[in-house]
Design a protein around this ligand. Structure first.
Ligand SMILES: Cc1cc2nc3c(=O)[nH]c(=O)nc-3n(C[C@H](O)[C@H](O)[C@H](O)COP(=O)(O)OP(=O)(O)OC[C@H]3O[C@@H](n4cnc5c(N)ncnc54)[C@H](O)[C@@H]3O)c2cc1C
Length: 344
């Protein structure tokens, strides 16, 4: 049976999560789709433990904590999340929309708000035989909790910011080897200097110029990785875990064919309302573009508020919406609002 909702939201990154809250404040029900298994978009997938310094009201907050806060704020409205499958289809249906994901879940919505960031993204994986069997047990493309690697022999492959950042971060709790095909890193110069200093002090092994060649293990749990130079010299690095950081491939995918005006990987919108060229469909956050767009989390929050108000007008034609401050009306469905002091 197709589920009904007022608003379908594509993307559970920071912009999508704040869209859920804004919908709730206007009494709109919503259901959220995301291709990733966990909410949080780039904050969860790319930098959960990094501090963010430009979220209003938080002098410093870890990306993962920001997402936890957004989730808690949205939870008041009991949103339904459909995680782990990309949205593949959007069709008009009697003035509403049928939106379907790769698992075959279809939601019928009066309006759609796309908060898809850079599009559905996934890691670029090294072409190693049998790597799928090790994924999630010995091979990882992102770090959720640094402590998971405490006391382990960790091989980090890659030469960009993620590889260097995690090598530095894990160096005091794990035995870290960094495999890179050349001596230059594409990372913040200060961090590269720190990496080299730790290597000189014997606290990190730099395995250069080598590339991954094979995983050694029983098909699930690794015992090491085999690396090779371009000249064919090989060696085995004993390891419990491989962190492979070769960037993310992002694509708009089917969304590019839904009738929007597309610029690069972005949907052109009206900045005040998030309106796309398709009536009833809005876009917010990194995926939305207009002149002088700033791709920041704070921008996405403001866009979410504007798009939800526009969606309300679309869903309730002719009905006046009196904008009320949250201080005046509280959170609908909650008995009162406690004022909390949040430690940054
Ligand atoms: C290392 C790093 C540091 C950063 N630091 C800061 C900072 O200090 N301050 C700041 O303001 N910003 C920072 N940013 C940028 C910030 O993370 C982004 O602006 C923000 O995540 C955008 O939020 P979003 O919700 O629009 O998109 P995203 O966070 O990209 O989330 C989009 C979600 O949509 C999903 N999705 C896309 N297409 C589909 C589909 N077809 N079906 C289902 N799901 C789909 C994706 O899986 C993803 O989960 C940083 C980014 C990086 C990479």
């Amino acid at each position: 049976m197709t589920m009904q909702t007022d608003v379908a939201i594509v993307g559970a990154g920071p912009a999508g999560l704040f869209t859920v809250f804004q919908c709730g404040m206007l009494g709109l029900s919503c259901q959220v789709f995301d291709a990733l298994p966990e909410i949080g978009g780039q904050c969860t997938a790319l930098y959960p433990e990094k501090p963010i310094y430009d979220i209003p009201g938080f002098p410093k907050i870890a990306a993962g904590d920001l997402i936890a806060g957004l989730e808690a704020q949205a939870a008041a409205f009991k949103p339904v999340y459909h995680m782990g499958a990309a949205v593949t289809d959007l069709k008009r249906s009697n003035g509403r929309f049928d939106i379907t994901n790769a698992n075959g879940v279809t939601v019928n919505a009066g309006a759609v708000i796309i908060a898809g960031g850079a599009g559905a993204f996934g890691p670029n994986k090294p072409p190693l035989t049998g790597i799928e069997g090790y994924e999630g047990k010995s091979v990882f493309y992102m770090v959720r909790r640094r402590e998971d690697f405490a006391g382990k022999r960790v091989v980090i492959a890659g030469g960009g910011d993620s590889a260097v950042d995690w090598a530095l971060s894990l160096s005091d709790i794990a035995h870290v080897s960094v495999i890179h095909r050349r001596d230059q890193f594409r990372a913040a110069p200060g961090n590269v200097e720190q990496l080299k200093a730790l290597a000189s002090a014997g606290k990190i092994d730099l395995v250069i110029p080598y590339q991954l060649k094979a995983i050694e293990g029983d098909g699930t749990i690794m015992s090491g990785v085999q690396v090779a130079t371009l000249d064919g010299d090989t060696k085995i690095i004993p390891a419990d875990a491989l962190l492979a950081f070769f960037g993310l491939a992002a694509k708009l995918g089917p969304m590019a064919a839904w009738g929007f005006t597309i610029e690069g990987n972005h949907i052109v919108t009206d900045p005040a309302t998030g309106k796309t060229g398709v009536d009833g469909v809005y876009a917010v956050g990194d995926i939305a573009t207009y002149p002088n767009k700033l791709k920041l989390i704070a921008t996405g929050f403001a866009e979410a508020a504007g798009a939800v108000h526009a969606a309300y007008a679309h869903l309730n034609p002719g009905k006046a919406l009196h904008v009320e401050y949250s201080t005046a009306k509280g959170v609908p469905g909650q008995a009162g609002t406690d004022i909390k002091t949040i430690a940054a």
